[in-house]
Design a protein around this ligand. Structure first.
Ligand SMILES: CC(C)(COP(=O)(O)OP(=O)(O)OC[C@H]1O[C@@H](n2cnc3c(N)ncnc32)[C@H](O)[C@@H]1OP(=O)(O)O)[C@@H](O)C(=O)NCCC(=O)NCCS
Length: 160
């Protein structure tokens, strides 16, 4: 499995040993609000990690744990070979973790032949919009609300 470096961060595949930290990280209203598959128990965290590993095996979802000084601080993923997703643990926000991770993932994807990358967020997720801008994803259009998201979204694009 690929491991990447990202301006001081390390991006590696998910491991079963990440489950306990995941449960702690998801005890956060922003994580519950903005992520699609919340983790609330150890069992759910183990399933979540297994899903990330299966995504790599199936080549459908390339999800990386983001570590700062060996501590789990975030997640960045390339979904279906085209769409970037991410979160940062509350304790690590505001230090460019997501932006550094997205830039590294983007360089890795482009290096592997991906020509256009998409990034979507709901319009009121202003921190996510900043991550897109700081990672070189230009706003392409505003999309209608799509369940489970109640408000319109931004589609940002970056080309290789
Ligand atoms: C969005 C998220 C990933 C950002 O992570 P991060 O590691 O703090 O991101 P960065 O430090 O790289 O950049 C955050 C930027 O958003 C800005 N920001 C943070 N909160 C903000 C707010 N409420 N309104 C406007 N800007 C905000 C920061 O100031 C920073 O911009 P700056 O560098 O110009 O000052 C993080 O807040 C998070 O995990 N949220 C919950 C999950 C989520 O929303 N994921 C994305 C779904 S599309």
């Amino acid at each position: 499995m690929t491991a990447l470096t990202a301006e001081g961060l390390v991006l590696r595949g998910w491991e079963p040993g990440d489950a306990a930290a995941l449960v702690e990280i998801y005890r956060d209203p922003a994580m519950l609000r903005w992520t699609r598959f919340p983790v609330t128990t150890a069992a759910e965290a183990e399933v979540w990690v297994a899903n990330q590993q299966e995504g790599w095996a199936a080549n459908t979802r390339h999800s990386f744990a983001v570590l700062d000084d060996e501590r789990l601080v975030g997640c960045v993923a390339l979904k279906r070979g085209i769409e970037v997703g991410y979160w940062t643990a509350a304790h690590a926000r505001g230090r460019d973790v997501a932006s550094r991770a997205v830039r590294a993932l983007t360089a890795w994807a482009i290096g592997n032949g991906v020509t256009t990358l998409e990034l979507r967020h709901q319009v009121d997720n202003e921190a996510s919009c900043r991550v897109a801008e700081k990672s070189g994803f230009r706003l392409r259009e505003t999309l209608p609300a799509t369940p489970p998201w109640p408000l319109p979204g931004h589609l940002h694009l970056r080309t290789g």
